[in-house]
Ligand binder design. Sequence first.
Ligand SMILES: [Zn+2]
Length: 258
Amino acid sequence: MNPQLSPLIELQKLDLRIADIKEQRRKIPERLEMNEAPLRDARRMVQDASASVEALNKERRSHEKDLEAHEDRIGKMKDRAAQLKTNQEYQAHLFEVELANKKRGEIEERILLAMEQIEQTQRTIASAQIQLTESEALFTKEKAVLDEKDRVLAAELTELEAQQKQLSGRVEKSLLARYNKLKSTRKDQALALIKDGICVGCRLQVPPQLISQVKRGDEVHTCPYCYRMLYWEGEPVAEGKRPLGQDQAKDFELGESV
Ligand SMILES: [Zn+2]
């Protein structure tokens, strides 16, 4: 590995982890918001149903007042019956009483209906209340987990940022500037490993000549396609000291058979 690049490789590992932590922390409020949705729904359901019960009670009380006033009128009507003289007046009175009774029946019907609706809505409130309690408990638990996660990540971030500062101080200034510029334009890594003849940054094949230059590790080379600084994992390979190639292997075989 190029000795110039090795602190940068460490720095890149830190930077990637820092970016990952920041991304994870950024998502936490969204997740909280999402987990809170069932709780908000349950709360709204309880509120709406409670408002309905209030409205229905008001309606019922108004019908009860109507009934009271109507009973009053019927009472007065019956009092007048004693003063009736003719049969015709009496028949008219009976008809009036019948109509009044019918109306009373209608008002009573409305009161009953309101009471039924109140009862039904109260049952809705009871079940929504259960749902609300459950949602609250679940959300409290989820929030505690996410808060703890955020706390742990924040602590790790503080630690990593201190290490990042320290490590940056150990990298040669112009190289660090180059690294930081590449990091910002590439949005991820400024350094790319060569693996199986490929730059892992852009997944393109690196010319063999460049690979051997990178392996020598005496200078910093960049990928011709993505411009990332290339590095090779392992000890620098000195010039001329090639691994055992096919030709050499053949020679060896021939040598042995002689
Ligand atoms: Zn590349």
